[in-house]
Design a protein around this ligand. Structure first.
Ligand SMILES: [Zn+2]
Length: 458
């Protein structure tokens, strides 16, 4: 009896220990499944909106959007992307010749003929790999012939497809979306687009681009254009916040064999929020709702970090292209690249950007920026020193011609002083010269480029 009691006592102890061990294991499993919570970026006070304009660092986002985010990283897709619907290419059967198709892939979209790893062509058709994970899944796209030539499906119109014409309003009927690059305001620091020099006030790229965008919208509207801004405040368009991306960031890091520390997850989630998440949200509006004839992406460039301001400044325009090997290998990027080829976006984008560059340099006197000629991420376009093809989320995601400006240096001696001087009407002395404010110079240069391009239509 005694022995039996002792035995059951021993059993009880064993059970308790077992339960404790199990609880400990479970706790760790849960911890593993739920990445550590990181504090959210506080939302702004909506009442601050009243009477306040773009200068205020407000966040107008209300309740989060209902759509769900991908939670699991897939190495064959770009961050936050879902698998493409290749059936959409059915609308482009017999729309492009083999020659045009191959030339764009070869000269604009990929470097060193890398498209051939994914696409094989014959005189009749292209066989396109739909899935990096499954080499057997192929899409066949038939080329246009003399006997059969269909029109490609697209929402935007090129210059010659615009019908209305009025010499007093050279942009009449044109649908333009202006995309002020970055977010600015209180987000400028986490998006790493804030520049501080000595005691001068901080310079935030997202604030500068918004200021230009608002002035530009007014000017383009007086010339007859219908203008929409992707962003009207120094606040994200994306209603999600960094914490919404923790699970995805965790999944990406653990699949990539990286040590998912709380600090690393916070940083990765922030990046997903302000870059991939923000641009995807803007693109959704542009492609599904605004459907413009072109998008103007406004940016201010910056040189690498130094104590001193740069004396030499430059300007270039970015067109979509030069997909790197790893980018063509992503199913969604390969799909988007083909959509752009099939819609003939590049020829219109290149013509528009060439006009835009002439006007921009005439107004600013900025020299061209030169990429390394052997760069694996940039290709020169049409031997124009100002035009470079690069594959950025912003110019890839908008399914229409994108005119992407990359002028000035926020940490250049001349531009920094002009930015600090702020906006003003008319001309003032600025660094010893009588000039418009840097914001109005930008606006006038963009306007003139568009007017000269669209005035030249048939
Ligand atoms: Zn920028």
């Amino acid at each position: 009896m005694k022995a039996k009691k002792q035995k059951s006592y021993a059993l009880e102890v064993t059970l308790v220990v077992l339960v404790l061990v199990l609880a400990f294991v479970m706790q760790n499993v849960i911890k593993y499944a739920n990445p550590p919570e990181v504090s959210k970026i506080p939302k702004g006070d909506k009442t601050a909106l009243e009477g306040a304009l773009a200068e205020d660092e407000i966040d107008v986002s209300e309740e989060k959007q209902g759509d769900t985010l991908p939670q699991v990283y897939n190495k064959h897709l770009t961050d936050l992307a879902s698998a493409p619907d290749w059936k959409q290419l059915d609308a482009y059967q017999y729309t492009i010749s083999r020659e045009d198709f191959e030339r764009e892939l070869e000269e604009v979209y990929t470097i060193n003929g890398k498209w051939k790893d994914w696409i094989t062509t014959t005189d009749e058709s292209a066989m396109i790999r739909m899935s990096a994970a499954d080499g057997a899944r192929l899409y066949e796209l038939f080329f246009a012939t003399e006997a059969k030539q269909e029109r490609p499906l697209k929402f935007w119109r090129n210059r010659d497809e615009l019908i209305v014409k009025d010499p007093g309003k050279p942009l009449l009927g044109l649908k333009i979306v202006i995309d002020p690059g970055h977010i600015g305001g209180k987000y400028a620091a986490i998006e790493e687009r804030e520049f501080n020099h000595k005691d001068a006030p901080p310079v935030k790229e997202g604030n500068l681009t918004l200021k230009v965008a608002k002035l530009l919208a007014k000017q383009l509207e007086t010339l007859g254009a219908e203008v929409t801004l992707t962003r009207e405040y120094q606040a994200p368009v994306n209603r999600k916040r960094p914490s919404d991306y923790h699970k995805y960031a965790y999944s990406k890091m653990s699949k990539g064999g990286l040590w998912a520390t709380p600090v690393a997850i916070t940083r990765a989630s922030e990046k997903l929020f302000y870059r991939a998440g923000e641009i995807r949200e803007r693109a959704k509006h542009v492609n599904n709702e605004y459907r413009p004839d072109l998008v103007l992406c406004l940016h201010f460039n910056a040189g690498g970090k130094t104590e001193e301001l740069y004396q030499e400044e430059h300007f270039h325009m970015i067109l979509n292209g030069a997909y790197m090997d790893g980018e063509v290998a992503k199913d969604d990027q390969r799909f988007t690249m083909l959509q752009r080829v099939l819609q003939r976006i590049h020829p219109e984008e290149a013509r528009l950007s060439a006009y835009a560059a002439v006007a921009f340099t005439a107004h600013t006197g900025l020299k061209p920026y030169q990429y390394d000629p052997d760069s694996n991420r940039a290709l020169n376009v049409d031997k124009n020193p100002y035009l470079w093809a690069r594959n950025l989320a912003a110019n890839r995601s908008y399914l229409c011609p994108v005119v992407f400006y990359e002028p000035y240096l926020m940490n250049g001696a001349d531009s920094h002083a002009r930015i600090i001087q702020g906006d003003y009407e008319g001309l003032r002395y600025s660094n010893g010269m009588l000039r418009p404010s840097i914001f109005r110079e930008y606006v006038n240069a963009v306007t003139e480029g568009l007017v000269s391009y669209y005035s030249n239509r048939k």
